[in-house]
Design a protein around this ligand. Structure first.
Ligand SMILES: [Zn+2]
Ligand SMILES: [Zn+2]
Length: 286
């Protein structure tokens, strides 16, 4: 059985524990075949924009821009050091902001040749009064500013749709597809939200994107992977490729509950997982 974890963090992002090497060593100990180093891309490029990124504690969400080179060169060195022990891939998890694709590209195009894949995420909504980091516990009070949780889901899926449709934002994998449920906040009008989910999945299929099965949700209040089994079934019907990510912020969370997830996706019908190398996707059998 091939075990690959495509979504991992490390201490550079300031809210995870352990060095990149700690994660690699743990992955080898656990006999993983591959570890994708995919820490959060910096938010500083948004500092001089109209977005008021200062409304969220973005310094605690990611490495600094001047640490990007160190991040990339560390991974290169570790790839050589552990060459015969494990496959290592280089990636970033990037938060998508529609109005700032161009400034992102300016920073990103210089390093693109070193990247094996890009995780596309939405963690921050525009909010009612100010930016809303809806997956940060400190912003839980802001859920009340919306008429209902469904409005948060709608804003979230619209943002995912913009990310998928973007001609500028070049990414490979959609992360934690139903993240607004994190704090056990389920949709009220399930049908309205599900319609938006389907619309988003159809766009993802058209754009030939991969969707991550993220086991981070199993460690949160919702106690369920992202996305739900119901959504994974729709993904299977649409023939959308998947891969696994633990979203670990501690080495002990690597490949978290992957065996359980393999059983789940097999039961739904999947028999292969996506795999990336230098932005090229192939498939491995499960
Ligand atoms: Zn994180
Ligand atoms: Zn994330």
């Amino acid at each position: 059985m091939v075990l690959e974890d495509w979504h991992t963090h490390n201490e550079l992002c300031r809210h995870a524990e352990g060095t990149i090497q700690d994660y690699i060593k743990k992955a080898i100990e656990m006999k993983l075949d591959l570890i994708g180093i995919s820490d959060h891309f910096p938010y500083e490029y948004l500092e001089n924009s109209s977005l008021f990124i200062k409304e969220v504690p973005y310094q605690e969400y990611a490495m600094r821009l001047d640490e990007v080179d160190l991040y990339l060169s560390s991974i290169e060195k570790l790839k050589i050091k552990y060459d015969n022990k494990i496959h290592i891939r280089t990636a970033f998890e990037i938060d998508y902001f529609r109005s700032h694709e161009e400034s992102l590209r300016k920073y990103f195009e210089n390093i693109l040749d070193k990247i094996d894949y890009v995780l596309g995420s939405v963690h921050i909504l525009h909010g009612k009064s100010k930016l809303f980091a809806f997956d940060d516990r400190r912003f839980l009070g802001m859920y009340m500013e919306y008429e209902s949780i469904d409005k948060i889901y709608m804003e979230y899926y619209h943002k995912l749709q913009n990310m998928i449709n973007s001609k500028e934002f070049d990414f490979d994998v959609i992360c934690h597809f139903d993240l607004p449920k994190k704090y056990n906040k389920r949709a009220i009008n399930k049908q309205i939200v599900m319609d938006e989910v389907i619309k988003t999945l159809e766009l993802a299929k058209k754009a030939d994107l991969t969707i991550e099965i993220n086991t981070g949700g199993l460690r949160k209040e919702i106690k369920e992977q992202y996305p739900s089994s119901e959504i994974i079934e729709k993904m299977y019907e649409l023939d959308i490729p998947i891969l696994f990510g633990s979203d670990c912020h501690h080495p002990n969370e690597l490949a978290y509950k992957f065996n359980k997830m393999i059983d789940l996706v097999r039961k739904i019908g999947y028999n292969q997982l996506a795999h990336f190398d230098k932005r090229k996707r192939i498939f491995i059998q499960i």
